[in-house]
Design a protein around this ligand. Structure first.
Ligand SMILES: [Zn+2]
Length: 436
């Protein structure tokens, strides 16, 4: 009796502990997702399809190319690998002679964080093994000095993760210039990166035609925030404010505390919906067509969405703010998610491989909700995306989309005082160049 009670109590404790861990993991995950989208990391992403395939089908792909060996300690208990383009976890674990069983235990621990699902070239993995039995004790994923994840062995067959985030300091920098040639080239020569220039172009997308509206002699100012940790730049940065003088007036974009950009009146610059439920460029493999011949059955069946051909494991993003109303596994639609955005709009994402949200959960525009896949009746890895307005499926690529909400009235004063400071910073006299 006593023994039974003890074990039940232990189970209860374990369950409680698991629930706490899950909650903690969820909180850190959403925090990081937020940071990720805000920071717009500058290093290119390499998704690891082989690992995703391994997770889904319990099979493993091991490439023949050995991961580059960087430096190992003399005693060989600490093994460091720098991630290179084309690497996946199997290659990296193989290169340090740690087995697939351990890799799956790490992936199990990473399930709610998914930090290892995207391996960025330049990040490092540090494997520390036990001197006696050669088993992996800790694995550290170093993303940048402000962001590390440590997986620690907690039992014979399991690991737990700890995420180490350091905020450091954010310095403010003014980049400005006059348009010579295109905005793109002028922005690059003012010191903006290609990605930042692309983000700015995207920001003004529905207001300014960069090819037609901007001319030589127009000018721009950009405030960039850069993260400093222990006195050195981490490579993390974001744009705080932009002014572009074109067609005889300023086009403004200022970042507010909610993570969105607004013009000087506090009106949103962004549409309420993203046009595409992912980042990057993917081919439309089948367009919206109410009278399509089904590629598998050959019968006429309406295609109520758009198919984007993309590798399994591509990040799928919510196209607008809303509530998750369905998380299902359907014999034909496969694993899918539905979001209700407000009374009038619904979006659906089909044939997913993994779903990272739960029914009832609120999501934000651009939030990571799932990984694309090839589940259900599908002829190849792709994402099927639907947008419904007033209960009717519309072509998501051409449908009229409303603008996102403006800054709420009670926050407008604080926003306006912030942009007054930003504009003063932008208008500071530029240091005269030597010899000019
Ligand atoms: Zn489709």
């Amino acid at each position: 009796m006593n023994a039974i009670w003890k074990s039940t109590s232990a189970q209860l404790k374990k369950r409680r502990r698991n629930r706490c861990l899950l909650l903690l993991a969820l909180v850190t995950f959403s925090f990081c997702t937020g940071l990720y989208f805000l920071w717009k990391p500058t290093s290119p992403e390499v998704s690891s399809p082989a690992v995703t395939a391994a997770v889904d089908n319990t099979t493993t792909t091991i490439s023949s190319r050995p991961a580059e060996k960087i430096k190992d300690n003399v005693d060989d208990t600490v093994r460091v690998r720098t991630i290179q383009s084309g690497d996946n976890l199997s290659i990296l674990f193989d290169s340090v002679k740690i087995g697939q069983t351990t890799m799956f235990q790490i992936l199990d621990a990473d399930e709610s964080l998914l930090a290892l699902d995207i391996l960025r070239p330049g990040n490092t993995l540090t494997f520390t093994v036990d001197e006696e039995n050669g088993k992996l004790q800790t694995l550290e994923l170093f993303i940048h000095p402000g962001h590390r994840v440590i997986y620690r062995r907690v039992a014979e067959d399991s690991f737990e993760y700890e995420e180490v985030i350091r905020e450091g300091q954010w310095t403010e920098q003014l980049l400005s210039g006059e348009i010579e040639g295109s905005f793109y080239l002028s922005a690059l020569s003012a010191g903006l990166t290609e990605q930042e220039t692309g983000n700015i172009t995207e920001l003004f997308d529905s207001h300014l035609n960069f090819a037609r509206d901007i001319h030589a002699g127009d000018h721009f100012q950009v405030i960039r925030k850069q993260q400093l940790i222990d006195g050195s730049l981490t490579g993390q940065s974001y744009i705080k404010g932009v002014r572009i003088f074109a067609r005889k007036h300023y086009y403004n974009a200022f970042l507010f505390e909610d993570g969105n950009y607004y013009d000087e009146q506090g009106e949103s610059l962004a549409s309420a919906f993203r046009r595409y439920p992912y980042k990057g460029k993917y081919r439309v493999s089948s367009s919206f067509n109410p009278r399509r011949l089904h590629p598998v059955t050959g019968r006429i069946s309406p295609h109520k969405g758009v198919d984007f051909a993309m590798p399994t494991g591509t990040l799928v993003l919510a196209t607008g703010d809303g509530e998750i109303t369905r998380v299902k596994n359907h014999p034909f639609a496969g694993k899918y998610v539905e979001i209700r955005h407000d009374g009038r709009y619904i979006s659906r994402y089909l044939h997913l491989s993994r779903i990272k949200v739960k029914r009832g959960q609120r999501v934000k525009r651009g939030e990571f909700i799932a990984l694309s896949g090839n589940t259900g009746r599908s002829t190849g890895p792709h994402l099927h995306y639907e947008l419904h307005i007033n209960g009717r499926a519309v072509n998501p690529l051409t449908a009229k989309i409303p603008m996102a909400a403006a800054i709420p009235k009670n926050k407008l004063a604080s926003f306006k005082s912030q942009i007054t400071t930003d504009i003063a910073f932008m208008e500071q006299p530029r240091p005269s160049l030597p010899g000019s």
